[in-house]
Ligand binder design. Structure first.
Ligand code: SF4
Length: 615
C-alpha cells in the first residue's frame, strides 16, 4: 500500500514563485491532514508578532485526505491563518465542492504567501498554476466573481473568493465558495490584504488514495449506515432551520445583545415558518443530506430576496441579535453577507451591539448616518450590513468588530461587546449552556460554537456522560468536545455527519486514504486531536495570549440572564476562575494556561517547549 501524505502548492504573490512539495511522512503521521496540517505548517512558518495583514502572514487552504471520494460529508475544507480580528490562530471551515476540486488537482494544502502588487487570482489545474490579473472582478460580489471565473475557465471550475468586504479589509470578511462560507476570524480579510480575489481550480474527478479497494468498500458501508440513520434523515429534511425551536424553548437563544434567552415572538421564526419560503436544497460534494435550504421572499419590502440559508447561526444573527422576528429580513441580510463576503455571526453580533450602544446613548443618530437603531426594527440592520461591507459611514467603525469598537468608543462600552479573544459570540447563550460557554472561553480561535460544541448541554447527549447545563464543573466535557472536533477536522468531515452512526469507520477510512495503519486506533486519533489543540494553544501563547484571555464577557459573569418563560432565569456564569484551574490542570497546563514541557513532550511537540519559556 503506497503512502499518500498529500501535496502542497506554495504560491508567493510577491515574487511570483510557485512550487510543489510533498507533506513529510512524520507530519502526516502526527497531524493526519486538514486542520492538523494547518496548525503544524502555520506554527512552523509564521513568526510570533507577524502582522496579520502584512506580507509575512500566510493563508493556508486545506482539503482533507478523504475529500473528493464517494464517502459522505468528508469533502469540507479549512482555512488557517493568523486572524486580523483576534491576533490569534484562525481556522474557518467551509463546504460546497472546493475541497473535492483541490484533491482532484492533487493538492491538500495551498499556501499563499506575500502580497500581489495588483488585484490577482490563482488559476490551478492538475498540471499548472498561474497568477492572473483580477482587475476585471475587483469590486464584484462573490456571485459575479464566480460566474466570471466560470466563463473564463469552464464549467469544471470551482472557486473560493472574496467579496467587497474582503477587499475593504472588514476585519471579519469571509471566503465564499458557491454559496458556502469560510466565515469566522477574517480569513477573507487576509486574502484581501494580499490582493488575492480568488482561487479557481479546473479539474476532473480523480482519486488519490493509498488503498482504493479497501477505501471504497468502507465508503459503501458508510453510505448504507447513513441512509438509515434518523439523525441523517432529520438533517436532510430540515438542515439547521429548526435549531432555534430548541434553543428558544430552553432559553438559550441570545436576544437583544445577550440580555434575554428567548425571542418573544419566537413562533414566527420556527423551522416550519422558514419552510413556507423554501424553494430548494443545496449541499456539499458527495453528501446526500443537501442540508442547505434555499429560501425566496415572495412579498413585502424584501420581495425577491433569495438565499441558500439562512442556517441556524444566520437566522439568529439577523433576528435574535436585534429582537426581530422578520424571516424576510433575515433572508435578505444572509443573502447580502454571502454576496458581499461577510461572516454572518460577527456581522449580526456587531449590529446587535451597535443597537445597544444606541439604546444606551453611547452613539446617536449623528454617528449612525441618521439610522435609528431601535430593537425590533430590521430595516436599519439590513442597511448596516451593506455599510459594514463597504466601510461606509458608521460601517467603517463597525467593520472593526466589537472589541475594537469598544476600545475606540470607551465610555464603558466594553461591557456590551459580546466576544472572547475578539471573536464575536454565536447563537448559544453561555449562561444557559455553561459547557458551551466555557468552550467559547477556551477555544483556540475565540468564541466559536463549533470548536467544541456542547451537544450534551444543548441536546442532552449522554456521552461521555450527561451534563446539567447550568453546571460549571464540566471541564472534562469541554476538553472531550474540543479534542474530538480537532480529530474530526483532520478529515475534514462535517460536524453534522459525526452524529450519523458511522464514526467507527472514520479511522479505517483515514488509514486507507493515507496508508498509515495507526489511524485505525481510536486512542491514536484522540491523541492527534489533543496534539493539535495544544499546538494551537502554544501558537496563541507565543502571540501573547494567556489566562487573561480565557474569560467570558463581564455581562455573562455579572448580569443575570432573563429567559422570559424558559428555565434558567437569573443564571450567571460565576466560576470562571475555578473552571480555568480545573481545565488547565486536566489539560496539563500551568496555572497561567501554558502547556508544560511535560505535556508538550508527551504529545511529541518538543519543538514548542522553548517557545513557552518565560511566558
Ligand atoms: S450535512 Fe450539510 S454541511 Fe454537512 S457536508 Fe452535508 S451538505 Fe455539507
Amino acid at each position: 500500500m503506497a503512502l499518500n501524505t498529500g501535496k502542497v502548492l506554495r504560491v508567493n504573490l510577491s515574487s511570483g514563485k510557485i512550487s510543489v512539495e510533498s507533506v513529510p511522512e512524520k507530519v502526516a503521521a502526527d497531524f493526519i491532514g486538514g486542520r492538523g496540517y494547518g496548525i503544524k505548517y502555520l506554527y512552523d512558518e509564521i513568526d510570533p508578532g507577524t502582522d496579520p495583514l502584512g506580507e509575512k502572514n500566510k493563508v493556508l487552504v486545506l482539503a482533507g485526505p478523504l475529500a473528493g471520494t464517494m464517502a459522505q460529508a468528508v469533502s469540507r475544507w479549512v482555512v488557517c491563518t493568523k486572524s486580523p480580528l483576534t491576533g490569534a490562530f484562525a481556522r474557518s471551515v467551509c463546504g460546497a465542492d472546493f475541497g473535492a476540486w483541490m484533491k482532484f488537482a492533487d493538492y491538500e494544502i495551498i499556501i499563499i504567501e506575500g502580497k500581489a502588487a495588483e488585484p490577482s487570482y490563482l488559476h490551478i489545474t492538475p498540471d499548472d498554476c498561474e497568477i492572473l490579473s483580477a482587475k476585471e472582478i475587483w469590486g464584484k460580489d462573490t456571485k459575479e466573481t464566480q460566474a466570471w471565473l466560470n466563463s473564463q475557465h469552464g464549467k469544471n471550475t470551482r472557486t473560493a473568493c472574496i467579496g467587497p468586504a474582503g477587499e475593504n479589509l472588514v476585519k471579519y470578511a469571509a471566503i465564499v465558495s458557491d454559496r458556502r462560507t469560510a466565515g469566522r476570524c477574517g480569513t477573507g480579510t487576509v486574502l484581501g490584504s494580499k490582493k488575492l480575489k480568488a482561487i479557481a481550480i479546473t479539474a476532473q474527478r480523480t482519486l488519490h488514495l493509498a488503498d482504493p479497494e479497501t477505501y471504497n468498500a468502507l465508503a459503501k458501508e458508510q453510505v448504507s449506515i447513513i441512509k438509515n440513520n434518523s439523525g441523517f434523515l432529520n438533517h436532510k429534511e430540515w438542515g439547521t432551520t429548526t435549531t432555534q425551536d430548541v434553543t428558544n424553548a430552553i432559553g438559550i437563544y441570545p436576544v437583544r445583545n445577550f440580555r434575554y434567552g428567548q425571542l418573544v415572538d419566537y413562533k414566527k421564526v420556527v423551522g416550519e415558518e422558514y419552510r413556507k419560503l423554501r424553494v430548494g436544497n443545496m449541499g456539499c460534494y458527495s453528501c446526500l443530506a443537501r442540508c442547505g435550504k434555499i429560501h425566496t421572499v415572495t412579498a413585502g419590502v424584501y420581495k425577491g430576496a433569495h438565499s441558500e440559508g439562512p442556517e441556524y447561526e444566520s437566522i439568529w444573527a439577523f433576528t435574535g441579535s436585534i429582537e426581530s422576528s422578520s424571516i424576510e429580513a433575515s433572508i435578505r441580510a444572509d443573502q447580502l453577507c454571502d454576496d458581499l463576503g461577510l461572516d454572518t455571526i460577527s456581522t449580526g453580533n456587531t449590529i446587535g451591539f451597535a443597537y445597544e450602544l444606541y439604546e444606551k446613548g453611547l452613539i446617536n443618530k449623528s454617528d449612525t448616518d441618521g439610522l435609528e437603531l431601535l430593537y425590533g426594527k430590521h430595516e436599519p440592520m439590513v442597511a448596516l450590513v451593506k455599510k459594514i461591507a463597504m466601510r461606509e459611514g458608521i460601517g467603517d467603525l463597525l467593520a472593526e468588530g466589537t472589541k475594537r469598537v469598544a476600545a475606540k468608543l470607551d465610555k464603558g462600552s466594553d461591557f456590551y461587546a459580546m466576544q472572547v479573544k475578539g471573536l464575536e459570540i454565536p447563537a448559544y447563550e453561555p449562561r444557559g449552556a455553561k459547557s458551551q460557554g466555557y468552550n467559547y472561553a477556551t477555544a483556540s480561535i475565540g468564541a466559536s460554537h463549533c470548536y467544541g460544541y456542547a451537544v450534551q448541554d444543548i441536546f442532552g447527549a449522554p456521552f461521555p456522560h450527561p451534563t446539567d447545563r447550568f453546571d460549571e464543573g464540566n471541564a472534562d466535557i469541554v476538553i472531550f468536545n474540543q479534542n474530538n472536533t480537532a480529530t474530526r477536522e483532520c478529515g475534514v468531515i462535517c460536524a453534522f455527519a459525526s452524529g450519523w452512526g458511522w464514526m467507527q469507520l472514520y479511522g479505517n477510512l483515514l488509514a486507507a486514504a493515507r496508508g498509515i495503519g495507526d489511524f485505525k486506533d481510536g486512542a491514536y486519533l484522540a491523541k492527534v486531536g489533543d496534539r493539535m489543540f495544544n499546538l494551537e494553544r502554544a501558537f496563541n501563547i507565543r502571540e501573547g495570549f494567556g489566562r487573561k484571555d480565557d474569560y467570558l464577557p463581564e455581562r455573562i459573569r455579572t448580569e443575570p440572564l432573563h429567559t422570559r418563560e424558559a428555565k434558567g432565569e437569573g443564571q450567571i456564569v460565576s466560576h470562571n476562575d475555578e473552571f480555568l484551574d480545573k481545565y488547565y490542570s486536566l489539560r496539563g497546563w500551568t496555572k497561567d494556561g501554558i502547556p508544560t514541557a511535560k505535556k508538550l513532550k508527551e504529545l511529541g511537540l518538543d519543538f514548542a517547549v522553548k517557545d513557552m519559556k518565560g511566558k
